[in-house]
Ligand binder design. Structure first.
Ligand SMILES: [Zn+2]
Length: 340
């Protein structure tokens, strides 16, 4: 059998294969997929159609020649057709606002964005946040052309959307963790009376960082701790004291739990809903027990044991990475053709 190295796997492709096989087959399927996906990742990583030093000048040139809109539209259309890059933006209801309207409606996923919020007195670190019912930013959203140019150059260089888009998406993910339209009574009760305090921060931040920045920002527990305690980026002083007590092992468990849920097919909205209700960390067992139960249940449906889930998490990260690498190449290709 020959394998086509250029065929991109669909989102959750491995998970869907596992769901249709008996559990004895799972280790073999996972090992085979890991080899294949590592090969594809290495291949795409080494492929470059446009050297990095040409990317920004090319984006500048298409802006000057009035081609920015048409190139951008083509890139977004192709990425949507040829990859699953936009999947989580669609699931969170954010695709049209970010990539369709470039945030010019000052809304994302039905949530209003308030820009340039006054910093809290005595704490210069208060930046972006989600305060019911709005998302607050400490920066202004650039105009539509600037957002388009920013997306094109960032995706062409790294496969990632620009940092400001990541930050806004990060805050929308937090909004999904708070009861809103469509939430049940239980969600409100749980959210307001259970688990409000520092012990839920690693978990909610793990989801917002992993989803908002495509797993790439603060990806190690050390970086994560630094972001939560050192930068104090999102919380007012009242939280600071307790943030310093956040333990590395707890953050590791939080990131692992979120990654497991995503690998097992939970969408941003699904996870947000879970976090409205179950956020308590059990210090004795070192787990989030209610979340662990959900992971175990989903793992059983995919015929996986614990070691299998760990492998699936690795596979899932590689599958997501491939979507980004492919989006990067598509963007490079369109930039190249536009200025030819
Ligand atoms: Zn956050």
């Amino acid at each position: 059998m020959s394998i086509n190295i250029e065929v991109l796997p669909r989102a959750n492709e491995t998970l869907n294969m596992l769901r249709n096989q008996p559990s004895v087959q799972a280790p073999g399927i996972l090992s085979g997929r890991i080899i294949l996906l590592e090969l594809k990742n290495r291949y795409l990583e080494q492929t470059n159609l446009l050297p990095a030093r040409y990317v920004n000048p090319q984006v500048g040139r298409i802006s000057e020649t009035g081609q920015l809109g048409s190139v951008y539209d083509k890139v977004v259309q192709r990425i949507g057709q040829e990859t699953d890059y936009f999947q989580e933006y669609h699931e969170a209801g954010a695709f049209d606002d970010i990539f369709g309207r470039q945030l010019q409606d000052r809304k994302i996923g039905g949530v209003k964005i308030k820009e340039n919020v006054r910093k809290l007195p005595g704490n210069g670190q208060f930046n972006n946040s989600v305060m019911f019912p709005r998302i607050k930013l400490d920066f202004e959203i650039p105009d539509s052309s600037q957002v388009k140019a920013g997306i094109l150059s960032s995706v062409a260089l790294t496969g990632l959307p620009p940092l400001n888009v990541g930050t806004i998406f990060h805050e929308l993910v937090h909004r999904l963790q708070i009861p809103g339209k469509g939430a049940g009574v239980l969600d409100y009760v749980s959210y307001y009376f259970i688990g409000r305090g520092y012990w839920d921060i690693p978990l909610v931040e793990a989801q917002a960082y992993r989803t908002g920045y495509c797993n790439t920002r603060f990806s190690s527990p050390e970086e994560f701790i630094a972001s939560l305690t050192g930068a104090k980026s999102e919380y007012s002083q009242a939280y600071d004291k307790s943030l310093y007590q956040v333990k590395q092992d707890e953050i590791t468990v939080a990131v692992k739990s979120i990654d497991s849920l995503r690998a097992l097919g939970y969408s941003p909205r699904d996870i947000g809903r879970v976090l409205m209700r179950y956020r308590m960390f059990n210090r004795k067992t070192g787990t989030y027990p209610a979340i662990q139960r959900l992971i175990d249940q989903a793992a059983e449906e995919a015929n996986l044991d614990e070691a299998g889930v760990n492998k699936l998490v690795h596979v899932d990260l590689m599958e997501r990475n491939l979507q980004r690498l492919q989006a990067r190449l598509i963007t490079q290709e369109e930039l190249l053709q536009a200025v030819a």
